[in-house]
Design a protein around this ligand. Structure first.
Ligand code: FAD
Length: 437
């Protein structure tokens, strides 16, 4: 087995030798959690193989620090950390999301109301530039590079090693489902927990405009029973029917792994026969393999919208009128700092520390409408963000009113002067839909 240093030297050497300005993309071991885009230019790119960067290098239980390679998946990380009664501070809900992908493409979950995204728990990255240089960056050393690796989709370099914090965990999670019949009561409940930081986990399902569930979780050392949602039962449905529940900690983190609000098959018989074998990973693998023949209009809408808490009522009023698709996943997210990748005009326009991630997962496209663009237009009006994992129709001018062009270009000219990783706008808004290079 090659050492970490040998793996990095191989990748850096390959990039040093690469004299072309044609774009390259990454070959990873684990499937990509981006919304499948059949026309994505990445399929014909030359590949930089990082598939052997997938090991946990160390876990220091005293310091509660882990050092790992970017291809480590969250199920591998959680399983290893739990042996020391520790867990990461943010665990995206799908088993095969990788830690490198979570930093480069953003990540959220039910601890985000306290700790932000996975990036916010990171304290150092090793990065390989397009020219094959290897740089160590942290908040103390090369802060702008460190911060800009978050949310820039690998367009500034390859993260080859991450150092991040862990927190203490218990063996089980006790769930309590708080039910509300209107948005204002729901918002008040979220705000109270946000102010008091009194529970370990918060997310929720908005089942309909009159059924709001806040799923509040706490670590516990013992449980009278445990439920699991990896076969016949669907987790998000349970939040509607139950008052409380107990899950093993690992099952809690991956409770949505079979699909968030769009788990298939839906019927009991279908799940009895196929439920064990269907998972988000399997669906994405199939979509990746057959990307050339999947009609774009058959790929359901999957999008995370980041709405400043003070604007959520306005957004939901509009949403009900124009979309009215339920259930929605709702994840409170604490903005941990004025993120360097967000434009200062956006940061100045909202003083909210709390955002709600409203996730529309599995909505069918109909009537030939471009729902992604309709949402973008509303977000522009409202002053709200979205993740770039789906189809993006922003004009370049609109795009840079949200993302920070100045900071981006400052790092880009250092780490990828010939633009072989593509620019952020180019990669997420154009190439992903088959346009440009
Ligand atoms: C169906 C679905 C469900 C999802 N559910 C959740 C969820 O529950 N919680 C959540 O937080 N997020 C969720 N996401 C979003 C997901 O976390 C992000 O899309 C994340 O970026 C995916 O990570 P990945 O490991 O699959 O990386 P990939 O999709 O492979 O990569 C993401 C981007 O990062 C780049 N990249 C990957 N590795 C590196 C590296 N080592 N160095 C530099 N760049 C790199 C890639 O080129 C790509 O542009 C979901 C996405 C989908 C499509």
């Amino acid at each position: 087995m090659p050492t970490h240093e040998e793996k990095v030297a191989r990748i850096a050497g390959e990039l040093k030798e690469y004299k072309s300005t044609e774009p390259v993309s990454l070959k990873k071991k684990s499937v990509s959690h981006q919304v499948p885009k059949p026309q994505n230019k990445k399929y014909s790119d030359r590949k930089i193989d990082i598939s052997d960067l997938n090991e946990i290098i160390s876990i220091n239980p005293e310091e509660k620090i882990c050092i790992a390679e970017p291809g480590v998946t969250f199920i591998e990380l959680v399983s290893a950390a739990l042996k020391h009664n520790l867990v990461p501070m943010t665990v995206p809900e799908h088993k095969t999301i990788t830690i490198g992908g979570a930093v480069a493409g953003c990540s959220i979950e039910s601890m985000s109301y306290k700790y932000g995204g996975f990036h916010d728990s990171c304290i150092e990255y090793e990065v390989i530039t397009a020219k094959g240089d290897v740089i160590i960056c942290s908040p103390e050393k090369d802060n702008l590079l460190f911060q800009m690796l978050h949310g820039t989709f690998g367009t500034l370099g390859i993260i080859s090693r991450l150092k991040f914090k862990l927190i203490p965990a218990e063996k089980f999670v006790k769930m309590t489902y708080e039910k509300y019949s209107n948005l204002e009561d729901y918002k008040n409940a979220i705000w109270k927990h946000f102010e008091n930081k009194d529970v370990d986990f918060i997310d929720g399902i908005i089942h309909s405009p009159t059924e709001y569930v806040l799923s509040v979780g706490n670590f516990v050392s013992s449980a009278p029973y445990t439920s699991s949602y990896d076969w016949t039962k669907i987790y998000f449905v349970s939040t509607k029917n139950r008052k409380e529940d107990y899950l093993k900690t690992v099952d809690y983190f991956f409770r949505y792994d079979k699909g968030l609000t769009s788990a298939h098959p839906k019927s009991f018989i279908g799940r009895l026969l196929l439920g064990k074998f269907m998972s988000s990973t399997r669906t994405l693998q199939v979509a990746e393999k057959f990307h050339q023949i999947i009609p774009d209009n058959k790929i359901p809408i999957t999008i995370d919208l980041f709405i400043p808490f003070s604007r959520i009522t306005k957004f939901m009023e509009w949403y009900q009128e124009d979309f009215n698709h339920f259930p929605l996943w709702c994840v409170p997210y604490r903005k941990m700092r004025d993120y360097e990748w967000i434009s200062s005009s956006f940061l100045n326009s909202t003083k909210d520390e709390l955002f709600l991630d409203i996730a529309i997962y599995g909505m069918k496209k109909k009537d030939g409408k471009n729902y992604y663009r309709i949402l973008e237009e509303q977000l522009i009006k409202l002053g709200a963000l979205k993740t770039l994992i789906s189809n993006n129709f922003y004009s370049e001018e609109e795009f840079w009113t949200f993302w920070n062009k100045e900071n981006y270009e400052e790092i880009k000219k250092r780490t990828d002067p010939d633009n072989i990783f593509r620019g952020l706008y180019e990669k997420t808004c154009k190439a992903s839909m088959g346009l440009g290079r």
